[in-house]
Design a protein around this ligand. Sequence first.
Ligand code: PLP
Length: 445
Amino acid sequence: MNMGTMMNRGEPNDLAAFWMPFTDNRGFKANPRMFVAADGMHYTAAAGHKVLDATGGLWCVNAGHNRAPIVEAVRKAAGELDFAPTFQLAHPRAFETASRLAMLMPEGLDRIFFTNSGSESVDTALKIALAYQRSIGQGSRTRLIGRERGYHGVGFGGISVGGIVGNRRQFGTLLTGVDHLRHTHDPARNAYSRGQPAHGADLAEDLERLVALHGAETIAAVIVEPVAGSTGVLVPPQGYLQRLRQICDAHGILLIFDEVITAFGRVGKATAAERFGVTPDLITMAKGLTNAAVPMGAVAARREVHDAIVDNAAPGIELFHGYTYSGHPLACAAALATFDLYAAEDLFERAIALEDYWADAVHSLKGAPHVIDCRSIGLIGGIELEPRPAAPTKRAMEVFHKAFDAGLLVRVTGDIIALSPPLILEKTHIDEIFGKLSDLLRTVS
Ligand SMILES: Cc1ncc(COP(=O)(O)O)c(C=O)c1O
């Protein structure tokens, strides 16, 4: 008798078995909200109403939902080659995808390692950084530096360099040899900044403090999000990323930009590195890489980093790292179709063209009930609410639920409403998003 089957048998529509990620499972299951379809700028909720997607799913559906060229490419690929290993074997589309992706990256970052998610990209980049330092005779450089309030996914590497306490406290001692820069959020000086805040370049000097504390010869890499998303839309102060680059260069430290949310047009260019004019040594990506149609992530490495690891290795495998699904055929098909769509519809430029209109709309919420800061860059918006006394995050969560019921998908993190719509949106959508938000803010206490 199969006891497992007997004991675990549930009703087909039972909500119990799916242990939902980053979710208040009890709250959700008491009052489920589900999507059953999507098209362009909208989801269709199970209850039947349309929901305007102001968050591109989870910052990932940059070209809008269910786009025909991507759907067709995946459908076709699924019938041709369902899977091929990329360990000691490969398939042509993996090479084509890497070459095309390299063309979107800042000059020099033209070696691509494929993963399946942002978290895997982060752990891959951290491992590449360590392997690189070792390959050039700098094996004492094992320390990794992240930043307070950073989000780098949920792998042990990512939560170790990450700086969101809620994502760390349940999980023990994490990686050793990690330290953190101070975060750049400074509402006292920078509240209601449009684009890059004026104050805070000096915070990059914190890296000098860590170098003085630990010794440069112990530090392998620094990882930051150029625009921090999950911690509530923190735009880098003017000059901050440039200064980080300078300090890394001065001390032989690799600079990693985690561009899981910023790559692929979100800030008006293929990468935030290009937008801000600062070239890191490694870039992590996922999300918009395939328009989220098939899970895929990637790390772009500066050629010298790749070459040092590959050329200095003994004959045989050079980097003992990889995933069964690195360069999966369906993901490659989705990525290639996505790149074509981004180019055909000029979607990165579209984000620039709409940036001012978007920023005006974001900042129109200044003075709305509970709002204490508005931040914007590219097609990203952050609206920070005053926390309820003794009940932080509750007010924003109420806005989230009410927005869904009113046909608008927003994202909340802490007491911050974070917006990142598909880049295909029209001005009428922007008006609808902020019209609804403005009304909703009046309905919450
Ligand atoms: C900057 C950043 N890095 C990493 C991740 C993790 O990506 P994933 O959820 O695909 O593992 C995210 C996800 O939101 C992210 O915003």
